[in-house]
Structures are given as structure tokens and as C-alpha cells.
Design a binder for this molecule. Structure first.
Ligand SMILES: *[C@@H]1O[C@H](CO)[C@@H](O)[C@H](O)[C@H]1NC(C)=O
Ligand SMILES: *[C@@H]1O[C@H](CO)[C@@H](O)[C@H](O)[C@H]1NC(C)=O
Ligand SMILES: *[C@@H]1O[C@H](CO)[C@@H](O)[C@H](O)[C@H]1NC(C)=O
Ligand SMILES: *[C@@H]1O[C@H](CO)[C@@H](O)[C@H](O)[C@H]1NC(C)=O
Ligand SMILES: *[C@@H]1O[C@H](CO)[C@@H](O)[C@H](O)[C@H]1NC(C)=O
Ligand SMILES: *[C@@H]1O[C@H](CO)[C@@H](O)[C@H](O)[C@H]1NC(C)=O
Length: 384
């Protein structure tokens, strides 16, 4: 190849242009059907000289490590530091290794399938947040394929907005209805074949940052049932401003309790652009001292403060003595009812025998005159 004779200055130039668009991440994702490339990041060009040869390998579980050459695949082309896919296909996934002398670089490539029903792939979006009334600018740039790109179109939620105009393709003051997916579609020709490359921005329009009155979430007073000797975590969450503070107030008159720990809080930005913070108070090896004490969580901001309290109660406390009596009473009442029902069933089942037995006890004289089944019938009526 001609660059075997490259002077050092040219190598340096290559280094500069290489480092601009080289593929420095290790895990990369390509989209099925789109042109794609891997480019080695030249870290020390001056150390290399013309005699070093460059090799590319693909390593996959099914085929092991295979050296790539120009005849490996009609879709894959090798240009020294760059490996190009025209286009990438699902079976291109695997590890790719660049080797030049002792220098190697390896990438793990995954290829995601194209969604036939959408003009973009949801897994491959760049999320951006723009404040309402601020400038919303969509610029479609593709530095690597720039020279080949014939036409650039901009789509919003897969509806065409504009085509081939100068960058940026969109510039306006953001309104809430501007929220959506903006796709830059670069159309290009390679060896006479047309290809598209899509780059999609997920634009979210958020309210202008304004101060809110911080609020603690949940009730102001919380009773938490605990068992002595166990531990408990109290979670305090607030909606607040970025600079507001949430903290626990658990000092007792006589100093700190070694079993009470305030954990590092977290603060996250919600999708509406607000802030939500939560902080945990961990109480270990709960003792009587921890019960019936107000553990307060407070949020402070320029606008004011808000406090909520937690009280620990012993679990047994709730089911105390009257409760026990009540439960016992219920059990006895149920047992008596069951016994009563059983007695009735027995009586009904053995009614004839019972009447005969009764008559047997109360005197035989009556039986001498009457028919015992007739009398039994009368008793049956009386019984029921
Ligand atoms: C190129 O590298 C080889 C060893 O890797 C060395 O012997 C040779 O002198 C180098 N040439 C230049 C021009 O630096
Ligand atoms: C786009 O952004 C919104 C808001 O940040 C988010 O809820 C949504 O999941 C994002 N969509 C994708 C496909 O990442
Ligand atoms: C790309 O541009 C060339 C000339 O500049 C033109 O002949 C060709 O039709 C264009 N291709 C597409 C897909 O627009
Ligand atoms: C590229 O996108 C254009 C619309 O911008 C579409 O008409 C064309 O079929 C696409 N070509 C390929 C190869 O996907
Ligand atoms: C505390 O509560 C908030 C909101 O209810 C929740 O987002 C957070 O994950 C909770 N933290 C823990 C450690 O449970
Ligand atoms: C917790 O808050 C309550 C009510 O706001 C207050 O009466 C109590 O003194 C506070 N306790 C501590 C330890 O700050």
C-alpha cells in the first residue's frame, strides 16, 4: 500500500484526523442496514514506522478469532486504521481487534435490528433537555461520512420537516409542542448503492427552572412499628430545589445514639425537571430509648422549611392486654357456638333414640298403653 512510504508529518496528520473520529469506546452498537465503521485510535504514531503491518481480526464464539481480509465479506472494507461496514448486519456482532505491531485495540460490537415500523431505533437515541422559551437547535452533522452524504433530511416523529438546507436544520424558541424525536437522515451513495444513516435526538421540553416551595412527601407524623433488637430504615423524601437541603434531626439532649445513622442522601432530577431528594435514617439494634421519640426530617430552602416526624412503636404495643382478652373471648364464643351446633346435629340425627331413652328413664308405665313410635313422633314435633 502507498502509505508504506508515509513520512512522519503525514502520520501526524493522520493521527490528528484519526483521533477526531476514532472509535474510543469499547462497547459499540450499530444499527442493522446502516453504514458503520470502527476506527483505531492512534495513541503514539511517532513510535510506529512504515514497516509495521496492520491486521484486523474478528472474534466470535462460533468461529473463534479470524483475520479479516478484503475478501472476507463484500460488505466489509479495510482501510488501514478503519474497518467499514456497508452496511452492518446482525451477524456482524462480535469482537473486533485491530493490531499494529504491539498496539492493539478491541471493540465489542452489537448490532440492533431495525424497527420496520419506525424511521429510527429507540435504543439509539441521544436525549436532550431544553428549557421552554430557550433556543432549540438541531444540527445534523456526520463528520466521518460527510464527503459522501448527498442529502440530509430532518424528521420529527418520522414526519419530514426539512431537507438539504444548511445546518442547523432547526432553530427556534422551544415550545412544549416541540417535544419529540428528531431524526437526521443522511443519504449517501457508496459504489453506486444508496444508504441511509439515522441519528435521532430525543428532545424533552422542560419548564424554566424556577424555585418551588419544598415539600416533604407523605404524612407529617408517621408511626412505625418495630421490634426491639431489630433495625429499621426511615425514608424521608422531598420535592425541592436543586440547592435545598434535607436532613434528619435525631439529637437527644444527652448526645448522639451510636445506633442511629444518617445515610448519604440522593438527589435526582425528575422528568419534569424538578428535584427529588431522599435520605435514610437507619436505626440499628432498637432499644427502649428509641421508642416514643420524634425522629424529625427537615427540608430547608430560601423559601422556608418543612418537617415531618417518625415515632417508633413496639410491635406488641398495639395488641396489648385488652386485645388479648378480646381475642380469647372471641375464641371461647366461637367454640361454644360450634359445640351448640354439634349438639343440635346430634339431637336431630338420633332424635328417636333420644326420646326412647328419655322415656326409658322417666318411667315404663306410659309405654304399656301407647305405641312407642306414635309417641316418638309427637316428641319429634316437640323437638323440632
Ligand atoms: C522501524 O522499526 C524497526 C523495528 O520495528 C526499526 O528497525 C527501524 O529502524 C524503524 N525505521 C524507522 C525509519 O524508524
Ligand atoms: C425520551 O426522553 C423522555 C424524557 O426524558 C423519556 O421519558 C423517554 O424514555 C426517552 N425515550 C427514549 C426512547 O429513550
Ligand atoms: C447524489 O448526487 C449526485 C450528484 O451530485 C446525483 O447524481 C445523485 O442522484 C444523488 N443521489 C441521491 C440519492 O440523491
Ligand atoms: C433512505 O431514506 C429515504 C427517505 O429519506 C427513503 O426514501 C429511502 O428509501 C431510504 N433508502 C434506504 C436505502 O434505506
Ligand atoms: C425512599 O423513598 C423514595 C420515594 O418514595 C424512593 O424513591 C426511594 O427509592 C426510597 N429509598 C429507599 C432506600 O427505599
Ligand atoms: C420534632 O418536631 C416536633 C414537631 O415539629 C417538635 O415538637 C420536636 O421538638 C422536634 N424534635 C426534635 C428532636 O427536633
Amino acid at each position: 500500500m502507498c502509505d508504506r512510504e508515509l513520512p512522519l508529518t503525514l502520520l501526524v496528520l493522520i493521527f490528528i484526523s484519526t483521533s477526531e473520529t476514532c472509535t474510543s469506546r469499547t462497547n459499540i452498537t450499530a444499527v442493522e442496514g446502516e453504514p458503520f465503521y470502527l476506527k483505531y485510535c492512534l495513541f503514539s504514531p511517532a513510535r510506529e514506522n512504515e514497516t509495521t503491518t496492520i491486521r484486523w481480526y474478528k472474534s466470535s464464539e462460533s468461529h473463534g478469532r479470524v483475520e479479516l481480509n478484503p475478501s472476507s465479506s463484500p460488505r466489509i472494507t479495510l482501510h488501514d486504521y478503519v474497518l467499514e461496514f456497508w452496511p452492518a448486519e446482525l451477524d456482524d456482532r462480535g469482537s473486533y481487534i485491530f493490531q499494529m505491531g504491539n498496539d492493539t485495540q478491541e471493540w465489542k460490537l452489537s448490532v440492533i435490528g431495525r424497527n420496520k415500523h419506525s424511521c429510527f431505533t429507540k435504543k439509539q437515541v441521544i436525549s436532550r433537555r431544553v428549557e421552554v422559551k430557550k433556543s432549540l437547535e438541531i444540527t445534523c452533522n456526520n463528520s466521518y461520512y460527510q464527503k459522501l452524504v448527498n442529502r440530509t433530511s430532518l424528521y420529527k416523529n418520522c414526519k419530514k420537516l426539512s431537507e438539504n438546507s444548511a445546518n442547523p436544520l432547526l432553530r427556534k424558541n422551544a415550545e412544549f409542542e416541540d417535544q419529540g424525536y428528531y431524526s437526521c437522515v443522511f443519504s449517501l451513495l457508496h459504489n453506486g448503492k444508496p444508504f441511509n444513516i439515522t441519528k435521532t435526538f430525543n428532545i424533552t421540553i422542560v419548564k424554566v427552572h424556577s424555585t418551588v416551595n419544598p415539600v416533604l412527601l407523605g404524612p407529617k407524623l408517621n408511626h412505625v412499628e418495630v421490634e426491639l433488637g431489630k433495625s429499621v430504615q426511615l425514608n424521608c423524601s422531598a420535592l425541592l430545589n436543586e440547592k435545598d437541603l434535607v436532613y434528619w434531626n435525631f439529637w437527644k439532649g444527652n448526645g448522639t445514639d451510636p445506633n442511629v445513622h444518617e445515610e448519604k442522601g440522593v438527589k435526582i432530577r425528575t422528568s419534569e425537571g424538578k428535584w427529588r431528594a431522599s435520605t435514610i435514617l437507619r436505626i440499628e439494634n432498637i432499644s427502649e430509648n428509641n421508642l416514643h421519640f420524634l425522629y424529625n426530617c427537615t427540608v430547608v430552602s430560601e423559601g422556608g422549611t418543612d418537617t415531618k416526624s417518625f415515632i417508633l412503636l413496639k410491635k406488641a404495643d398495639k395488641a396489648d392486654i385488652p386485645g388479648h382478652v378480646f381475642t380469647r373471648g372471641m375464641i371461647i364464643a366461637i367454640l361454644i357456638s360450634v359445640a351448640g351446633v354439634c349438639l343440635v346435629i346430634v339431637c336431630v340425627t338420633y332424635r328417636v333414640d333420644l326420646v326412647l331413652f328419655y322415656r326409658h328413664l322417666m318411667g315404663r308405665d306410659e309405654t304399656l298403653t301407647g305405641n312407642k313410635y306414635q309417641n316418638a313422633g309427637i316428641s319429634y314435633l316437640m323437638l323440632s
